[in-house]
Design a binder for this molecule. Sequence first.
Ligand code: G6Q
Length: 546
Amino acid sequence: MNPIQAPAWAELLRHADHARGTHLRELFREDPQRVQRYSADGAGIHLDYSKNRVNDVTMAQLVALAKQTGVEAQRDAMFSGEAINNTEHRAVLHTALRNLGDAPVLVDGRDVLPEIRSERARLYAFARRVRDGQWLGHTGQTITDVVNIGIGGSDLGPLMVCEALKPVADGPRVHFVSNVDGAAIQQALRGLDPARTLFVIASKTFTTIETLTNARTARQWLVDAAGNESAVARHFVAVSTNRDKVTEFGIDADNMFGFWDWVGGRYSLWSAIGLPIVLSLGPDRFDELLAGAYDMDQHFRTTPLAENLPVILALLGVWYVDFLGSRSHVIAPYNNVLHRLPAFLQQLDMESNGKSVRRDGARVEYATGPVIWGEPGINGQHAYFQLLHQGTALIPVDFILALRQPNVLPGHHRTLMASCFAQSAALARGKTADEVRAELSARGMSGDELEAAIPHRVFGGNRPSNTLVLDELNPRTLGALLALYEHKVFVQGAIWGLNSFDQWGVELGKQLASGIEKVLAGETDASAYDSSTQALIERAIHAQQG
Ligand code: G6Q
């Protein structure tokens, strides 16, 4: 249903006027139980959402909106393998990849679980051979380095997880190359020994130009060093759904690990696309990652909406975007190993819900996916947080913190935790002119100097945030955290009536690039393009000639 026709939508519009006039300071002052009331737990993750501009009426109406827009039925349709990706006529079953249950999951009447499990067993067997030193390079040496070549969904997930769990990595070193800029692969290969390097070519379609260009360069690098083509079989494996293209590229089908068209690229780290994770951390830890995601899947499927973590996060997001005019949302992980999480979530959220037509093709009459951005929080405090505290825009923040992590150094973690808690408190309560005046007078400032200083030092506060706390950062809690965000994005898409699982918006640029590449190669002229684009092409051609 169109969400603006839901009775709760009109209620929320009315209620938003009241909410605009209420400050988080007051909400905390009025209700000593606020944090208990607005906290929830699931799959090892604690969510404190009390620093949001909501009260019981807001939450009840938001939950009503979820019900009225059919979130539960849409969720069940996804888990049961219905073709909810309606523009590509595909089921959406990344959840089947981590399903540890026994009940069959049917796609076109066929249970996909046996196939998933047997492909994972092949993947694990291969990874064990590499990790145990049984899989040897062409000169009989063990593999010390793995280079994953892929982009978008075939890069961001495995890269982020490998970084997050690096402190417990015990396999070969993993490197990631995504950008077609030759500098990327040159830098990755520098210092690597071809005889001990394994390339994973990760591409669902195996037609992606950036990935194939990098893969060809890597292949040449290996063949040049080895002196023969036959070395390729010991140093190249592929992860793809396209067997024909993989063999055409020259990778033996025995060295290919498959997945299925019902796994979207940005939801694919749980499939064979996770190979770098398995190589770096081992099958047992990958199993834990899957188990954590499965925990969250169960939570999402069975917990009442008002206590359901992904639903709560989604509803709060809809509240700010559609009722309080927010256009962006910050992801601020505090543990440094989560430094690629914002980039991963940027794709997950923006490629899924950055859309302006509904699944039936009708144009939306309301705002949808916000801009997602961020960087590790503690670094952000010395950079972009200024705008969060005193800028003109309303930008909710997700603070993410693991209380324990491997190899904590004395004197470091306490500062990290204190900063995280301090920032959300500062955003919520702010600092009034009276407080600034008292502080500055106590320091001896007075008169005009004091009055002139005040406006610059006032913090309006009332800036919302969620705090997501993991007791410990490990594969299981990480799996749960990622599944939490996947489902948050799902719920928002369901409310907004979007198909969150296609990405037609990335196609036009690709189409034009292939034409422009022909112009740059001198094969056609530039007359099909606007004058700006023609001038840029001209400039590039001159630079190449010069
Ligand atoms: C993700 C997108 C996109 C995709 C890349 C790589 O959901 O579809 O980011 O993952 O374009 O595609 P291939 O894996 O087919 O190379």
